[in-house]
Design a protein around this ligand. Structure first.
Ligand code: PBG
Ligand code: ZN
Length: 301
């Protein structure tokens, strides 16, 4: 049903901007006015949960843009909530879209790799920007150790005890994120994310990471990417009683989209089969670029 889904939206500065991403047909970078039109349509098809990503105009070494109360994400949340208070807004909390080096946190100048604990401090700041703007749930995606404890404490101490956290608890270092990095303009300028994302070969560590986030106080766990990791979804479903989300990522979407465009598959049929596979594996929530098309199809049935 539409309630199973969270739909990703990408916001950028400007007016009347709706730019399709060539690697993901049907997915757009939009300015706030276009995001509002999109939300109006989403609500009309009963798709009432979104996850917001921003592409800022200015990037620097620490991602300053996302730390101020008037950040693009903050302005977008306020604009949506003013018109569509029923829209449930999840915010992706990370730094790769905001840093000039494209990594998911602050770099240690000595080693050139991400400084986990310094990144935790500014993550708390970013979370409060989202919370104060009216976000309904915060989803940290940077894979920093201790992020859930840090955010839970920061939110609790600042009057947001009831604001839930959805952990990107098991996030693999994956080639399936390629098209996303085009749309979010967040490709690392050097190296890769293997020092903070997980090894796809390591099943037990994947389960451990999610259980660790549960202990730290996560409200919802997640497996990402989805399709090549459905065994892990089932393992975590069996090991935890928290709601479990899957992130059906950009590369997974692009594969079906382009196969459909090429006439190789019955796109709608394969899309629905894929969504059912997520549910069957044990997912309670699905983040997917297909969500809009799925909800349109559900209305026709
Ligand atoms: C950023 C982030 C990524 C995705 C969501 N948040 C990409 C990455 O880790 O490079 C991937 C989403 C997708 O591929 O659809 N931390
Ligand atoms: Zn990131």
């Amino acid at each position: 049903t539409p309630d199973d889904f969270i739909y990703p939206l990408f916001v950028r500065e400007g007016k009347n901007i709706k730019t399709e991403v060539s690697s993901m047909p049907g997915v757009f970078q939009m300015s706030i006015d276009e995001i509002l039109k999109e939300c109006e349509y989403l609500v009309s098809i009963n798709l009432k949960a979104i996850i917001l990503f921003a592409i800022p105009d200015v990037k620097d070494s620490v991602g300053s843009e996302c730390l101020c109360g008037e950040s693009i994400i903050a302005r977008t949340i306020k604009a949506i909530k003013a018109k569509f208070p029923q829209m449930f807004i999840v915010t992706d909390l990370c730094f790769c879209e905001y840093t000039d080096h494209g990594h998911c946190g602050i770099l240690d100048p000595k080693t050139g790799s991400v400084d986990n604990d310094k990144t935790l401090e500014i993550s708390a700041q970013q979370a409060l920007v989202h919370a104060r703007a009216g976000a309904d749930m915060i989803a940290p995606s940077g894979m920093m150790d201790g992020i859930i404890t840090t955010l839970r404490n920061a939110l609790d101490e600042n009057g947001f005890r009831n604001l839930p956290i959805m952990a990107y608890s098991t996030k693999f270092a994956s080639g399936y994120y390629g098209p996303f990095r085009d749309v979010a303009e967040s490709t690392p300028s050097f190296g890769d994310r293997r020092t903070y994302q997980m090894n796809p070969a390591n099943r037990l560590e994947a389960i451990e990471e999610s259980l660790e986030d549960e202990k730290e106080g996560a409200d919802i766990l997640m497996v990402k990417p989805a399709l090549a990791f459905l065994d892990i979804v089932r393992d975590i479903r069996n090991a935890s009683n928290l709601p479990l989300c899957v992130y059906n990522v950009s590369g997974e979407y692009a594969m079906l989209k382009y196969a459909g465009i090429a006439g190789l598959i019955d796109y709608e049929r394969v899309m629905m089969e894929t969504m059912i596979a997520f549910k069957r594996a044990g997912a309670n929530i699905i983040i997917s670029y297909h969500a809009k098309e799925v909800c349109e199809l559900l209305r026709k049935q």
